[in-house]
Design a protein around this ligand. Structure first.
Ligand code: F6R
Length: 617
C-alpha cells in the first residue's frame, strides 16, 4: 500500500518520479506528491486525487530538479486531502519525507515534538518522522565518524519508532542525496547508469534498470550522486548484493488491453505454462520443486500441513486443502493469516507450515510466517514476487513465475496458486499411496490445463453478453461444492471488489440453513454445477432457488445434462481432471465480474478503497 519513488542522478527527477508513480498507482491512488531539492531548498507539489492530477499541477508549477522523492497514497491516518498527501516537510523546512507503513507511537512522538516547538500541518502519522529527524539533526554533531549527520539523524529517529515503514528522505543541507530505510515495508534500490532509483516496487524502476538491491528490514540506504552505501540501524555496514530483475517493462504494460485485469485474465494460459515449467519429474509421474530446501524424506515425515494467507490467496489455500486431503490423505488446516498471527494456534513437530502470497509483502501473511518461525516451524512460501519479504524470510518456497500482477483484483496469480497447490498435492500423494499410472494421469492433466483455459477464454464474448444482463442487480450469490466452494467465495470476492455489487459465496447445500431467505427475482445465483458424484444434489439446490424465482447462471461442464430450464444462462467449461477443475472454473467468474464491472462503469484496475499489496495491518 502506498507507492514510493526516489531519484538521484543527472536526469530530470520529476518526470522519472511521475512515471514511477504512474506505475505504482495500483498500490494506492487517493493522493500523490513530488518534492525536489534544488538550490538548498525543497520544492513541493502534492494533491488529493490521482497521479494525472498531480502531473498537471507539477507542469503548472514547472517543478524540476535532479534529486527528488514522490509518493502515491492509500490513506491510513487522516483523510484524503492535499495536506495529508506525501511528501511531508519538517517544520524547520530542512527535511522532506515519504512513507509507506504505519507509525504506531506517532501520538507520543507528536506530543514530545510539540513540546519542543515543532509544528504539524497534517493529520498523518508520517509527519512526526520528518520532524523527529529534524529534532535529532539539530542535536547531532556536525560529523559522526564514517557516517553523515543526515544518515545519523534518520538512524536515531528510526530507533524511537514503533510500527512499519519504507521511507525516503531529502535534506536541504545534503544536495543530491537521499536516505531511505525499511521495516516490514518493501524498498528496492535500482542501480542505474550514473543514477539510483529507490522504489517500493520494481515496476517503478524497471524501465531504467534491471539491476536491483532488495533492502532488508532494519537497513538504511544512503544515496549520493556518485555511490550508495547500506548500513543497519545498529550502524553496521552491509555489503550489498545486486540482483537482476527477470521481467521487463513490457510485462507491466497494458498493450492492447483496456485494463490490467483483462490483460491478466487473458495471460493465464501462458502464466500457467510458466508456473509449471521444469516442475515435473523426468518419468512424468510427479511434481518437483527446486527451492523447498527440505528433502523428500523430511517432506514424507510430515503428518499435517498448515496454510495461511489472505483474500484470494486464502481461497487458493482452501482448494489446496481439498486436493491434498483428497489425493494425499494428509490433514490440512487453512487459516486467515490475520487470525493465525494472534490466535496462538497449537502446531506440532510434524506440521509443515505454508504461506501463500502473490506480493510476498502482505503484512498479515508475513506476520503469520514470523509467528510460525518463532515457534520453530519450517515455513514454505508460495509467492510470485522474487526478492519479496516473504520469499526471503521463508525457509523454502515455490515461485509462481507469472510476472507482475498489476490489476488490483488478483486473477493470474490466483490460478497459478491453484496450480501450485495441485502440484503440492501430487508431490505428497506420490510419496504416499498414489500409483505411478495415476501420477502420470495427474501430470498429463496439469500439463493440459493451459489449453483448457485457452478454450474457456474463447467464451469471453458470450460471458460479456450475460454480464450485461446481470450488471443492474445489487445482490448476487455464488454457490459451489467441494473444491468449487472456495471458487464460490472467490467469485463473490471478485464481483464485490470491482463492481461494488454485494455478493456472498456459500457451499450450495448450506443455502437452506439461512441464505435462501435472500433469494428472490432480485438476487441471482451463480452455480458451479460440474458433472460428478454430487451433480444431482447441486441440481436439487438449483431447483430450490428456481422455485423461489431466483435467476440462475450455471457454470457446468460440457455434456453435463443439466435439466432444461433450471438455469437462465449456462456457461460451459471443458470436462477436466479434479485437480484442474478449479483452475478452469475460475475463468468464467473472472470474466463475469470483469464485464459486469465494466458495464457498470467501474474503475476496474483501481477499485475504491482498495490497493494492491496490503502492507498495513
Ligand atoms: C483480491 C486480492 C486480495 C489478495 C490479498 C492477498 O483480488 O487480490 O484479496 O489476494 O490481499 O494478497 P497477496 O497474495 O499479495 O498476499
Amino acid at each position: 500500500m502506498c507507492g514510493i519513488v526516489g531519484y538521484v542522478g543527472k536526469q530530470n527527477a520529476v518526470s522519472i518520479i511521475l512515471e514511477g508513480l504512474k506505475r505504482l498507482e495500483y498500490r494506492g491512488y487517493d493522493s500523490a506528491g513530488v518534492c525536489v531539492e534544488k538550490g538548498r531548498k525543497l520544492d513541493l507539489v502534492k494533491k488529493a486525487g490521482r497521479v494525472d492530477n498531480l502531473a498537471k499541477a507539477v507542469a503548472k508549477h514547472r517543478l524540476a530538479g535532479t534529486t527528488g522523492i514522490g509518493h502515491t497514497r492509500w490513506a491510513t491516518h487522516g483523510g484524503v486531502t492535499d495536506e495529508n498527501a506525501h511528501p511531508h516537510v519538517s517544520s524547520d523546512e530542512k527535511f522532506a519525507l515519504i512513507h509507506n507503513g504505519v507509525i504506531e507511537n506517532y501520538a507520543q512522538i507528536k506530543t514530545f515534538l510539540s513540546g519542543k516547538g515543532y509544528t504539524f500541518q497534517s493529520e498523518t502519522d508520517t509527519e512526526v518522522l520528518c520532524n523527529l529527524i529534524a529534532y535529532h539533526y539539530a542535536k547531532e554533531p556536525a560529523r559522526t565518524k564514517g557516517h553523515s549527520r543526515f544518515v545519523e539523524s534518520v538512524r536515531k529517529t528510526l530507533r524511537h519508532v514503533e510500527g512499519t515503514y519504507g521511507i525516503a528522505v531529502l535534506c536541504v543541507d545534503f544536495p543530491g542525496e537521499i536516505v531511505g530505510a525499511r521495516k516490514a515495508s518493501p524498498l528496492i534500490l535500482g542501480v542505474g547508469d550514473n543514477e539510483y532509483i529507490l522504489a517500493s516496487d520494481a515496476s517503478a524502476l524497471v524501465s531504467r534498470t534491471q539491476n536491483v538491491v532488495y533492502l532488508k528490514d532494519g537497513e538504511i540506504v544512503h544515496l549520493t550522486p556518485k555511490n550508495f552505501s547500506i548500513s543497519t540501524l545498529d550502524q553496521a555496514d552491509v555489503s550489498p548484493v545486486v540482483d537482476k530483475i527477470t521481467w521487463s517493462i513490457a510485462d507491466s504494460e497494458l498493450g492492447k488491453h483496456t485494463h490490467f485485469m483483462e490483460k491478466e485474465i487473458f495471460e493465464q494460459p501462458t502464466a500457467l505454462e510458466n508456473a509449471m515449467r521444469g516442475r515435473f519429474s523426468a518419468d512424468g509421474s510427479t511434481a518437483q520443486f527446486g527451492g523447498l530446501n527440505i528433502t523428500a524424506s523430511e517432506f514424507r515425515e510430515m503428518e499435517r500441513f498448515m496454510f495461511c494467507a489472505c483474500g484470494t490467496a486464502w481461497h487458493a489455500c482452501l482448494v489446496t486443502e481439498h486436493l491434498i486431503e483428497r489425493f494425499a490423505r494428509i490433514p490440512v488446516e487453512v487459516d486467515y493469516a490475520s487470525e493465525f498471527r494472534y490466535r496462538n494456534s497449537p502446531l506440532d513437530a510434524r506440521t509443515l507450515f505454508f504461506v501463500m502470497s502473490q506480493s510476498g509483502e502482505t503484512i498479515d501473511t508475513l506476520a503469520a510466517l514470523r509467528e510460525a518461525k518463532r515457534k520453530g516451524y519450517r515455513v514454505m512460501a508460495v509467492n510470485n514476487v522474487v526478492g519479496s519479504s516473504i520469499a526471503r524470510e521463508a525457509d523454502g518456497g515455490i515461485y509462481q513465475h507469472v510476472g507482475p500482477e498489476v490489476g488490483v483484483a488478483s486473477t493470474k496469480a490466483f490460478t497459478s496458486q491453484l496450480l501450485i497447490g495441485a502440484m503440492i498435492a501430487l508431490y505428497v500423494a506420490r510419496m504416499r499411496d498414489m500409483s505411478f499410472s495415476d501420477g502420470v494421469g495427474y501430470v498429463n492433466a496439469l500439463k493440459g490445463a493451459p489449453d483448457l483455459v485457452r478454450k474457456t477464454l474463447k467464451q469471453a464474448a458470450k460471458i460479456k453478453v450475460i454480464a450485461k444482463k446481470y450488471a443492474g442487480y445489487n445482490d448476487m450469490l455464488f454457490l459451489g461444492r467441494l473444491s468449487l466452494f472456495p471458487l464460490a467465495l472467490e467469485g463473490a470476492l471478485k464481483l464485490k471488489e470491482i463492481s461494488y455489487i454485494h455478493a456472498e459465496g456459500y457451499p450450495a447445500a448450506e443455502m437452506k440453513h439461512g441464505p435462501i431467505a435472500l433469494v428472490s427475482e432480485k438476487c441471482p445465483s451463480v452455480f458451479f454445477a460440474p458433472k460428478g458424484e454430487i451433480f444431482s444434489k447441486i441440481v436439487s439446490s438449483m431447483q430450490e432457488i428456481k422455485a423461489r424465482k431466483g435467476p440462475i447462471i450455471a457454470i457446468t461442464t460440457e455434456g453435463s445434462d443439466l435439466p432444461k430450464g433450471v438455469a437462465d444462462d449456462v456457461i460451459e467449461i471443458p470436462e477436466c481432471h479434479e485437480a484442474v477443475l478449479p483452475i478452469v472454473a475460475a475463468i468464467p467468474i473472472q470474466l463475469l465480474s470483469y464485464y459486469i464491472a465494466v458495464e457498470r462503469g467501474c474503475d476496474v484496475d483501481k477499485p475504491r478503497n482498495l490497493a494492491k499489496s496490503v502492507t498495513v495491518e
